[in-house]
Design a binder for this molecule. Structure first.
Ligand code: FES
Ligand SMILES: [Fe+2]
Length: 396
Protein backbone atom coordinates (compact mmCIF):
# COMPACT_ATOMS: atom_id res chain seq x y z
CA UNK A 1 0.00 0.00 0.00
CA UNK A 2 1.31 3.43 -0.96
CA UNK A 3 2.41 5.65 1.92
CA UNK A 4 -0.19 8.36 1.26
CA UNK A 5 -2.90 5.72 1.40
CA UNK A 6 -1.45 4.30 4.63
CA UNK A 7 -1.66 7.76 6.21
CA UNK A 8 -5.26 8.20 5.03
CA UNK A 9 -6.26 4.80 6.40
CA UNK A 10 -4.42 5.36 9.68
CA UNK A 11 -6.25 8.67 10.15
CA UNK A 12 -9.52 6.90 9.56
CA UNK A 13 -8.63 4.28 12.19
CA UNK A 14 -7.71 7.02 14.70
CA UNK A 15 -11.07 8.64 14.09
CA UNK A 16 -12.84 5.33 14.76
CA UNK A 17 -10.76 4.88 17.91
CA UNK A 18 -11.60 8.38 19.15
CA UNK A 19 -15.28 8.05 18.34
CA UNK A 20 -15.50 4.41 19.49
CA UNK A 21 -16.84 3.64 16.03
CA UNK A 22 -16.02 1.55 12.99
CA UNK A 23 -16.76 1.48 9.28
CA UNK A 24 -20.53 1.17 8.88
CA UNK A 25 -22.73 0.20 5.96
CA UNK A 26 -26.02 1.98 5.27
CA UNK A 27 -28.21 -0.94 6.24
CA UNK A 28 -28.11 -4.34 7.82
CA UNK A 29 -27.91 -7.21 5.33
CA UNK A 30 -29.91 -10.39 5.57
CA UNK A 31 -28.21 -13.37 4.00
CA UNK A 32 -30.41 -16.34 3.25
CA UNK A 33 -29.15 -19.57 4.84
CA UNK A 34 -29.76 -21.20 1.44
CA UNK A 35 -26.60 -19.34 0.34
CA UNK A 36 -24.66 -21.97 2.32
CA UNK A 37 -26.74 -25.10 1.77
CA UNK A 38 -28.41 -24.94 -1.64
CA UNK A 39 -27.18 -27.72 -3.96
CA UNK A 40 -28.25 -25.85 -7.12
CA UNK A 41 -26.43 -22.70 -6.07
CA UNK A 42 -23.33 -24.73 -5.22
CA UNK A 43 -23.36 -26.25 -8.70
CA UNK A 44 -23.64 -22.85 -10.34
CA UNK A 45 -20.88 -21.47 -8.09
CA UNK A 46 -18.57 -24.30 -9.13
CA UNK A 47 -19.18 -23.59 -12.82
CA UNK A 48 -18.95 -19.83 -12.44
CA UNK A 49 -16.46 -18.86 -9.75
CA UNK A 50 -14.04 -21.74 -10.29
CA UNK A 51 -14.05 -21.67 -14.08
CA UNK A 52 -14.58 -18.11 -15.17
CA UNK A 53 -12.67 -16.07 -12.60
CA UNK A 54 -8.89 -15.72 -12.28
CA UNK A 55 -7.76 -17.85 -9.34
CA UNK A 56 -4.61 -17.11 -7.39
CA UNK A 57 -2.35 -20.18 -7.51
CA UNK A 58 0.54 -18.80 -5.51
CA UNK A 59 3.26 -16.19 -5.26
CA UNK A 60 6.07 -15.85 -7.80
CA UNK A 61 8.56 -17.32 -5.34
CA UNK A 62 6.90 -20.73 -5.63
CA UNK A 63 8.01 -20.99 -9.25
CA UNK A 64 10.93 -18.57 -9.15
CA UNK A 65 13.42 -20.47 -11.37
CA UNK A 66 13.02 -21.88 -14.88
CA UNK A 67 12.07 -25.52 -14.41
CA UNK A 68 10.05 -24.88 -11.23
CA UNK A 69 6.48 -26.14 -11.31
CA UNK A 70 3.42 -26.57 -9.15
CA UNK A 71 0.16 -28.43 -9.57
CA UNK A 72 -3.25 -27.79 -8.10
CA UNK A 73 -6.61 -29.44 -8.74
CA UNK A 74 -8.71 -27.75 -6.07
CA UNK A 75 -10.68 -25.77 -8.67
CA UNK A 76 -11.85 -29.06 -10.15
CA UNK A 77 -9.48 -28.68 -13.09
CA UNK A 78 -6.02 -30.26 -12.97
CA UNK A 79 -3.64 -27.28 -13.22
CA UNK A 80 0.08 -27.38 -13.97
CA UNK A 81 1.96 -24.10 -13.65
CA UNK A 82 5.57 -23.86 -14.80
CA UNK A 83 8.29 -21.31 -15.41
CA UNK A 84 9.79 -21.95 -18.82
CA UNK A 85 13.39 -21.56 -20.00
CA UNK A 86 12.74 -17.89 -20.88
CA UNK A 87 11.45 -17.14 -17.39
CA UNK A 88 7.82 -16.92 -18.50
CA UNK A 89 5.09 -18.44 -16.34
CA UNK A 90 2.89 -20.91 -18.21
CA UNK A 91 -0.23 -22.80 -17.19
CA UNK A 92 -1.68 -25.98 -18.62
CA UNK A 93 -4.13 -28.73 -17.96
CA UNK A 94 -2.08 -31.36 -16.18
CA UNK A 95 -3.34 -34.04 -18.56
CA UNK A 96 -1.33 -36.14 -21.00
CA UNK A 97 -2.60 -35.90 -24.55
CA UNK A 98 -1.99 -39.63 -25.17
CA UNK A 99 -4.41 -41.41 -22.86
CA UNK A 100 -5.18 -38.68 -20.36
CA UNK A 101 -2.92 -39.63 -17.46
CA UNK A 102 -2.10 -36.99 -14.86
CA UNK A 103 1.29 -35.78 -16.05
CA UNK A 104 2.92 -34.71 -12.79
CA UNK A 105 1.96 -34.42 -9.12
CA UNK A 106 2.93 -32.03 -6.32
CA UNK A 107 5.46 -29.29 -6.85
CA UNK A 108 9.16 -29.22 -7.58
CA UNK A 109 12.03 -27.74 -9.51
CA UNK A 110 14.80 -28.47 -12.00
CA UNK A 111 12.59 -29.84 -14.76
CA UNK A 112 13.50 -29.38 -18.39
CA UNK A 113 10.62 -31.58 -19.54
CA UNK A 114 7.73 -33.57 -18.14
CA UNK A 115 7.66 -37.26 -18.93
CA UNK A 116 4.28 -38.93 -18.54
CA UNK A 117 4.39 -41.75 -15.97
CA UNK A 118 2.23 -44.00 -18.19
CA UNK A 119 4.03 -44.36 -21.56
CA UNK A 120 6.60 -41.55 -21.35
CA UNK A 121 5.26 -39.03 -23.83
CA UNK A 122 7.35 -35.93 -23.10
CA UNK A 123 6.37 -32.28 -22.93
CA UNK A 124 8.57 -29.19 -22.64
CA UNK A 125 8.15 -26.48 -19.99
CA UNK A 126 6.27 -24.59 -22.70
CA UNK A 127 3.77 -27.45 -22.99
CA UNK A 128 4.93 -28.58 -26.44
CA UNK A 129 4.88 -32.31 -27.13
CA UNK A 130 8.57 -33.07 -27.60
CA UNK A 131 8.80 -36.86 -27.96
CA UNK A 132 6.72 -40.00 -28.32
CA UNK A 133 8.36 -43.37 -27.64
CA UNK A 134 7.90 -45.77 -30.61
CA UNK A 135 6.59 -42.83 -32.57
CA UNK A 136 6.19 -44.81 -35.79
CA UNK A 137 2.94 -46.05 -34.25
CA UNK A 138 1.68 -42.47 -33.97
CA UNK A 139 2.56 -41.15 -37.41
CA UNK A 140 -0.83 -39.50 -37.81
CA UNK A 141 -0.55 -37.57 -34.56
CA UNK A 142 0.25 -33.94 -35.31
CA UNK A 143 2.66 -32.93 -32.54
CA UNK A 144 1.88 -29.28 -33.07
CA UNK A 145 -1.71 -29.81 -31.95
CA UNK A 146 -0.93 -32.32 -29.19
CA UNK A 147 0.85 -30.12 -26.71
CA UNK A 148 -0.59 -29.67 -23.24
CA UNK A 149 -3.83 -27.70 -23.23
CA UNK A 150 -2.80 -24.16 -22.32
CA UNK A 151 -4.69 -21.98 -19.86
CA UNK A 152 -4.57 -18.20 -19.49
CA UNK A 153 -2.08 -17.20 -16.79
CA UNK A 154 -0.67 -13.91 -15.57
CA UNK A 155 2.17 -13.03 -13.21
CA UNK A 156 1.98 -9.55 -11.72
CA UNK A 157 2.77 -7.90 -8.36
CA UNK A 158 4.64 -11.09 -7.40
CA UNK A 159 1.44 -13.13 -7.71
CA UNK A 160 0.31 -15.76 -10.20
CA UNK A 161 -3.28 -16.16 -11.38
CA UNK A 162 -4.74 -18.81 -13.67
CA UNK A 163 -8.06 -18.58 -15.46
CA UNK A 164 -9.32 -22.17 -15.67
CA UNK A 165 -10.94 -21.75 -19.10
CA UNK A 166 -8.75 -22.09 -22.19
CA UNK A 167 -8.58 -19.26 -24.70
CA UNK A 168 -10.33 -16.69 -22.53
CA UNK A 169 -9.15 -13.12 -21.96
CA UNK A 170 -7.48 -12.51 -18.59
CA UNK A 171 -7.18 -8.87 -17.60
CA UNK A 172 -6.03 -9.01 -13.99
CA UNK A 173 -5.93 -5.25 -13.38
CA UNK A 174 -9.50 -4.90 -14.52
CA UNK A 175 -10.46 -7.69 -12.12
CA UNK A 176 -8.46 -6.24 -9.22
CA UNK A 177 -9.95 -2.77 -9.73
CA UNK A 178 -8.39 -0.36 -7.19
CA UNK A 179 -6.59 -3.15 -5.36
CA UNK A 180 -3.88 -3.23 -8.02
CA UNK A 181 -2.40 -0.03 -6.52
CA UNK A 182 -1.98 -1.62 -3.09
CA UNK A 183 -0.52 -4.83 -4.53
CA UNK A 184 1.87 -2.86 -6.71
CA UNK A 185 3.23 -1.01 -3.66
CA UNK A 186 3.59 -4.21 -1.58
CA UNK A 187 5.58 -5.97 -4.34
CA UNK A 188 5.19 -9.56 -3.17
CA UNK A 189 7.77 -10.69 -5.76
CA UNK A 190 10.40 -10.31 -3.02
CA UNK A 191 8.50 -12.55 -0.57
CA UNK A 192 9.49 -16.16 0.10
CA UNK A 193 7.19 -19.12 0.40
CA UNK A 194 7.53 -20.65 3.86
CA UNK A 195 4.82 -23.29 4.00
CA UNK A 196 1.47 -24.30 2.56
CA UNK A 197 -0.97 -26.44 4.51
CA UNK A 198 -4.06 -28.03 3.08
CA UNK A 199 -7.23 -28.15 5.18
CA UNK A 200 -10.72 -29.51 4.80
CA UNK A 201 -13.71 -28.14 6.66
CA UNK A 202 -17.34 -29.12 7.10
CA UNK A 203 -18.68 -25.80 5.94
CA UNK A 204 -19.44 -23.90 2.79
CA UNK A 205 -16.43 -22.24 1.13
CA UNK A 206 -18.04 -18.80 1.53
CA UNK A 207 -18.47 -19.37 5.25
CA UNK A 208 -14.69 -19.85 5.47
CA UNK A 209 -14.21 -16.48 3.77
CA UNK A 210 -16.82 -14.94 6.10
CA UNK A 211 -14.72 -15.77 9.18
CA UNK A 212 -12.18 -13.14 8.07
CA UNK A 213 -14.61 -10.36 7.26
CA UNK A 214 -15.34 -8.63 10.55
CA UNK A 215 -13.54 -7.75 13.76
CA UNK A 216 -16.77 -7.74 15.79
CA UNK A 217 -16.03 -11.23 17.14
CA UNK A 218 -12.44 -10.68 18.24
CA UNK A 219 -12.92 -9.85 21.91
CA UNK A 220 -15.54 -12.57 22.29
CA UNK A 221 -14.36 -15.63 20.37
CA UNK A 222 -10.66 -14.78 20.35
CA UNK A 223 -10.48 -13.29 23.84
CA UNK A 224 -7.26 -15.11 24.68
CA UNK A 225 -5.57 -15.30 21.26
CA UNK A 226 -6.04 -12.27 18.99
CA UNK A 227 -8.01 -9.84 21.13
CA UNK A 228 -4.96 -8.73 23.12
CA UNK A 229 -3.24 -7.82 19.84
CA UNK A 230 -6.00 -6.25 17.69
CA UNK A 231 -8.74 -3.74 18.45
CA UNK A 232 -12.16 -5.36 18.35
CA UNK A 233 -15.12 -4.07 16.36
CA UNK A 234 -12.94 -1.51 14.62
CA UNK A 235 -11.87 -1.71 11.00
CA UNK A 236 -11.88 0.21 7.75
CA UNK A 237 -13.75 -1.14 4.76
CA UNK A 238 -13.26 -0.35 1.08
CA UNK A 239 -14.90 -2.01 -1.88
CA UNK A 240 -12.58 -2.48 -4.86
CA UNK A 241 -14.84 -3.77 -7.60
CA UNK A 242 -15.90 -7.25 -6.53
CA UNK A 243 -12.88 -7.37 -4.21
CA UNK A 244 -12.56 -5.67 -0.85
CA UNK A 245 -10.10 -4.39 1.70
CA UNK A 246 -10.61 -4.37 5.46
CA UNK A 247 -7.94 -2.98 7.78
CA UNK A 248 -7.94 -3.93 11.45
CA UNK A 249 -5.81 -1.91 13.86
CA UNK A 250 -3.19 -3.45 16.11
CA UNK A 251 -3.17 -2.03 19.61
CA UNK A 252 0.30 -0.65 18.87
CA UNK A 253 -1.21 1.77 16.35
CA UNK A 254 -1.38 4.52 19.01
CA UNK A 255 2.41 4.79 18.86
CA UNK A 256 2.02 6.37 15.39
CA UNK A 257 0.28 9.40 16.88
CA UNK A 258 3.59 10.56 18.38
CA UNK A 259 5.55 10.10 15.13
CA UNK A 260 5.55 12.47 12.12
CA UNK A 261 3.20 11.29 9.37
CA UNK A 262 6.09 10.89 6.93
CA UNK A 263 7.31 8.00 9.15
CA UNK A 264 3.96 6.27 9.61
CA UNK A 265 4.09 2.59 8.71
CA UNK A 266 0.53 1.33 8.97
CA UNK A 267 1.47 -2.14 7.70
CA UNK A 268 3.34 -2.82 10.95
CA UNK A 269 0.45 -1.65 13.11
CA UNK A 270 -2.48 -3.36 11.41
CA UNK A 271 -3.76 -6.53 9.82
CA UNK A 272 -4.81 -5.80 6.24
CA UNK A 273 -7.36 -8.26 4.94
CA UNK A 274 -8.01 -8.40 1.21
CA UNK A 275 -10.57 -10.56 -0.55
CA UNK A 276 -9.46 -11.30 -4.09
CA UNK A 277 -12.86 -12.18 -5.42
CA UNK A 278 -14.11 -14.81 -5.38
CA UNK A 279 -12.17 -17.25 -3.21
CA UNK A 280 -8.89 -15.86 -1.90
CA UNK A 281 -8.21 -14.05 1.34
CA UNK A 282 -4.84 -12.31 1.55
CA UNK A 283 -3.77 -11.06 4.96
CA UNK A 284 -0.85 -8.67 5.24
CA UNK A 285 0.09 -9.41 8.84
CA UNK A 286 2.67 -6.73 9.47
CA UNK A 287 5.81 -8.84 9.25
CA UNK A 288 4.49 -11.60 6.98
CA UNK A 289 1.80 -12.52 4.51
CA UNK A 290 -0.87 -15.23 4.66
CA UNK A 291 -3.11 -16.44 1.86
CA UNK A 292 -6.23 -18.57 2.14
CA UNK A 293 -7.33 -20.04 -1.16
CA UNK A 294 -10.71 -21.58 -0.49
CA UNK A 295 -12.67 -23.99 -2.70
CA UNK A 296 -15.88 -25.97 -2.53
CA UNK A 297 -15.36 -29.68 -1.93
CA UNK A 298 -18.16 -31.48 -3.74
CA UNK A 299 -21.04 -30.59 -1.40
CA UNK A 300 -22.38 -27.20 -0.24
CA UNK A 301 -21.32 -28.01 3.31
CA UNK A 302 -17.74 -29.06 2.49
CA UNK A 303 -14.73 -26.98 1.60
CA UNK A 304 -11.02 -27.37 1.17
CA UNK A 305 -8.29 -24.78 1.19
CA UNK A 306 -4.62 -24.02 0.87
CA UNK A 307 -3.22 -21.89 3.68
CA UNK A 308 0.15 -20.37 2.85
CA UNK A 309 2.59 -18.30 4.83
CA UNK A 310 5.12 -16.06 3.08
CA UNK A 311 7.99 -14.17 4.67
CA UNK A 312 9.80 -10.98 3.61
CA UNK A 313 13.17 -12.79 3.81
CA UNK A 314 13.88 -16.46 3.07
CA UNK A 315 13.83 -18.44 6.34
CA UNK A 316 17.28 -19.99 6.21
CA UNK A 317 18.47 -20.10 9.81
CA UNK A 318 17.05 -22.50 12.40
CA UNK A 319 16.04 -19.50 14.48
CA UNK A 320 14.05 -17.99 11.59
CA UNK A 321 12.40 -21.32 10.82
CA UNK A 322 11.39 -21.77 14.45
CA UNK A 323 9.93 -18.24 14.52
CA UNK A 324 7.81 -18.76 11.40
CA UNK A 325 6.76 -22.24 12.49
CA UNK A 326 5.45 -20.67 15.67
CA UNK A 327 3.51 -18.11 13.60
CA UNK A 328 2.01 -20.87 11.47
CA UNK A 329 1.05 -22.89 14.55
CA UNK A 330 -0.63 -19.88 16.18
CA UNK A 331 -2.55 -19.17 12.99
CA UNK A 332 -3.70 -22.78 12.75
CA UNK A 333 -4.63 -22.96 16.42
CA UNK A 334 -6.73 -19.78 16.25
CA UNK A 335 -8.63 -20.90 13.20
CA UNK A 336 -8.93 -24.63 13.90
CA UNK A 337 -9.71 -24.34 17.62
CA UNK A 338 -11.74 -21.12 17.63
CA UNK A 339 -13.22 -20.03 14.28
CA UNK A 340 -13.88 -23.32 12.50
CA UNK A 341 -15.65 -25.30 15.26
CA UNK A 342 -18.13 -22.45 15.64
CA UNK A 343 -18.66 -21.95 11.94
CA UNK A 344 -19.03 -25.70 11.32
CA UNK A 345 -21.81 -25.84 13.91
CA UNK A 346 -23.52 -22.88 12.27
CA UNK A 347 -23.25 -24.67 8.94
CA UNK A 348 -24.85 -27.79 10.42
CA UNK A 349 -27.71 -25.76 11.87
CA UNK A 350 -28.45 -23.73 8.73
CA UNK A 351 -30.63 -26.72 7.77
CA UNK A 352 -32.46 -26.77 11.13
CA UNK A 353 -35.21 -24.36 10.14
CA UNK A 354 -34.30 -22.06 13.05
CA UNK A 355 -34.21 -19.09 10.68
CA UNK A 356 -34.46 -18.24 7.01
CA UNK A 357 -31.58 -15.79 7.03
CA UNK A 358 -28.62 -14.67 9.08
CA UNK A 359 -27.90 -11.00 9.72
CA UNK A 360 -24.83 -8.90 8.94
CA UNK A 361 -24.82 -5.77 11.09
CA UNK A 362 -23.96 -2.31 9.80
CA UNK A 363 -20.59 -2.85 11.54
CA UNK A 364 -19.92 -5.83 9.21
CA UNK A 365 -19.79 -4.06 5.82
CA UNK A 366 -17.22 -6.41 4.30
CA UNK A 367 -19.60 -9.36 4.74
CA UNK A 368 -22.40 -7.45 3.06
CA UNK A 369 -20.16 -6.47 0.15
CA UNK A 370 -18.81 -9.99 -0.39
CA UNK A 371 -22.26 -11.53 -0.45
CA UNK A 372 -23.78 -8.74 -2.53
CA UNK A 373 -21.14 -9.39 -5.19
CA UNK A 374 -21.53 -13.17 -4.99
CA UNK A 375 -25.29 -12.82 -5.38
CA UNK A 376 -24.97 -10.38 -8.29
CA UNK A 377 -22.50 -12.60 -10.15
CA UNK A 378 -24.75 -15.64 -9.65
CA UNK A 379 -27.78 -13.69 -10.85
CA UNK A 380 -25.92 -12.64 -14.01
CA UNK A 381 -24.74 -16.20 -14.65
CA UNK A 382 -28.20 -17.62 -13.96
CA UNK A 383 -29.68 -15.18 -16.45
CA UNK A 384 -27.04 -16.11 -19.02
CA UNK A 385 -27.91 -19.76 -18.51
CA UNK A 386 -31.59 -19.04 -19.06
CA UNK A 387 -30.79 -16.99 -22.16
CA UNK A 388 -28.53 -19.75 -23.46
CA UNK A 389 -31.27 -22.34 -22.95
CA UNK A 390 -33.68 -20.15 -24.91
CA UNK A 391 -31.24 -19.73 -27.81
CA UNK A 392 -30.08 -23.34 -27.66
CA UNK A 393 -26.49 -22.53 -26.63
CA UNK A 394 -25.34 -25.05 -24.06
CA UNK A 395 -23.47 -24.33 -20.86
CA UNK A 396 -22.60 -21.13 -19.04
S1 FES B 1 -1.05 -41.54 -21.02
FE1 FES B 1 0.68 -40.31 -21.07
S2 FES B 1 2.08 -41.37 -22.27
FE2 FES B 1 0.33 -42.57 -22.29
FE1 LIG C 1 -11.88 -15.25 13.84
Amino acid sequence: MKHAEQVAQARKLFRYLDEKSTSLSENIYRNSVSDYICEDQAKLEQELFFRRYPLLVGLSDEIRQPGDYLTDDFSGLPLLVTRDADGQVKAFMNVCRHRGSRLVVGRGSGKSKFSCPYHAWCYGLDGALSSIPFDSAFEDVDRATHGLRALPVVEKYGMVWVLPTPESPLNIDEHLAGMAQDLDAFDFSTYSHFETRTLQANMNWKLVVDTFLETYHLNVLHKRTIAPILHSNLATFDAMGDNLRMIAARKTISSLREAPEAEWDLVKHSAMVYVLFPNTVVVQQGDHLETWRVYPDGRPNKSKMHVSLYTPEPAVTEKAKAYWNKNMDLLMATVLEEDFPLAQNAQKDFSSGAQEAITFGRNEPALAHFHTRIRAALARAGQEQLDAMETGVIGL
